[in-house]
Design a protein around this ligand. Structure first.
Ligand code: ARG
Length: 278
C-alpha cells in the first residue's frame, strides 16, 4: 500500500516538476517554493500563488452588484460582491473586480481573464457545457416592468403583442421573452441600465427583469412600475461560475457558501445591499 502510494507520488512529482518548470521561468522563488510539493497545481493553488481572486461581474444589477459612489470614489458594491469577498477571504487572497457586459462573462472565464463569475447568474444546461456552477445561493422571480401610465394596458401576455420588450443580451430573460411572450418584439441590450433608459424614453414598452433588480430600478424611477403580468417561470437561482474542470475551486466556493448560509450572512448581505441602493 505504502509502496504503491509512493510510486504514485513520484509520478505526480515528475508531472508537477514539468509544470513548475515552465511556470517558474519568470518567478524563480515561487518555483523553488513549490518544488517540494507533490501534486499538480490546481486552480486554487494558482489563485493563492497570484494572491488574488479575480471576479467578473456585470454591475448593472442592484442589489446583486452595482456602482455606488463611496466617499467620492466609484465602487462596485452589492451582495454578490460581499459573497465574493468572503470566498477570497477563505482562500486567503484579495479580491479584484472586473466589470463587463453580462454577455461577455463566460468568454472572459474561458479566456482566463477572470477566475469566477458572480453576477446573479442562473445555471442552465447550455451554460453548463462550458462552466461549472457552485450551489445556488439566492433565488428570485422574473418580473415585467412597464411605465406607470401603461400598467392598466399591459396585464396579460397578449397585451404585449407587437410591443417592444427589453431584455439583457445573453440572459435567461432573452429566452423567457422568446418562449413566453413570442408576440412581443424582443430587443436585447448589454446593460440593464440602458434597457431602463429605453423604457423611460418610450423606445421600449416593457422589460423582463429579475425581481429584486426590477424593484431597485422601479424605486429609483418613479414613472416605472412592476406589471401585473405574471411569467410562468420557476424561481431563477443564482450560482457562482468557474471555468469547467476546476472542481477544487467549486468545492472551495461551496464551502464558503455553506458557512455563509449557516451563519445567515447571505440574508444580511442582501438586506445591507438593498439599503445601499438609492
Ligand atoms: N439571472 C439571469 C441570467 O442568468 C440574468 C443575470 C444578469 N446579471 C447581471 N449582473 N446583469 O441570465
Amino acid at each position: 500500500m505504502l509502496k504503491k502510494k509512493s510510486s504514485k507520488l513520484l509520478a505526480l512529482l515528475v508531472a508537477s516538476t514539468v509544470v513548475f518548470g515552465f511556470a517558474g521561468c519568470g518567478k524563480a522563488s515561487s518555483a523553488s517554493a513549490n518544488a517540494g510539493t507533490t501534486k499538480q497545481e490546481t486552480k486554487v493553488d494558482k489563485i493563492k500563488k497570484a494572491g488574488k481572486l479575480v471576479l467578473g461581474t456585470s454591475a448593472d444589477y442592484p442589489p446583486y452588484e452595482f456602482h455606488k459612489s463611496v466617499d467620492g470614489k466609484d465602487e462596485i458594491v452589492g451582495f454578490d460582491v460581499e459573497i465574493a469577498k468572503e470566498i477570497a477571504k477563505d482562500l486567503g487572497v484579495k479580491l479584484e473586480i472586473k466589470d463587463m457586459d453580462f454577455k461577455g462573462l463566460l468568454n472572459a472565464l474561458d479566456a482566463g481573464n477572470i477566475d469566477i463569475v458572480l453576477a446573479g447568474m442562473t445555471p442552465t444546461p447550455e451554460r453548463e457545457k462550458s462552466v461549472d456552477f457552485s450551489n445556488i445561493y439566492y433565488k428570485a422571480e422574473q418580473k415585467v416592468v412597464v411605465r406607470a401610465e401603461d400598467k392598466d394596458k399591459i396585464k396579460v401576455a397578449d397585451d404585449l403583442k407587437g410591443k417592444k420588450l427589453g431584455v439583457q443580451k445573453g440572459s435567461i430573460q432573452e429566452d423567457i421573452a422568446k418562449n413566453q411572450l413570442p408576440g412581443a418584439e424582443a430587443q436585447a441590450l448589454g446593460k440593464i441600465s440602458d434597457i431602463v433608459l429605453a423604457l423611460n424614453t418610450k423606445k421600449y414598452d416593457a422589460a423582463i427583469i429579475e425581481g429584486p433588480v426590477a424593484t431597485s430600478y422601479v424605486n429609483a424611477n418613479k414613472n416605472l412600475v412592476i406589471a401585473d403580468l405574471k411569467l410562468k417561470t420557476e424561481d431563477a437561482g443564482s450560482a457562482a461560475a468557474v471555468k469547467k474542470g476546476n472542481k477544487d475551486l467549486v468545492d472551495a466556493i461551496n464551502k464558503t457558501l455553506e458557512r455563509l448560509t449557516n451563519e445567515k450572512t447571505i440574508d444580511k448581505f442582501v438586506t445591507d445591499a438593498n439599503k445601499l441602493v438609492e
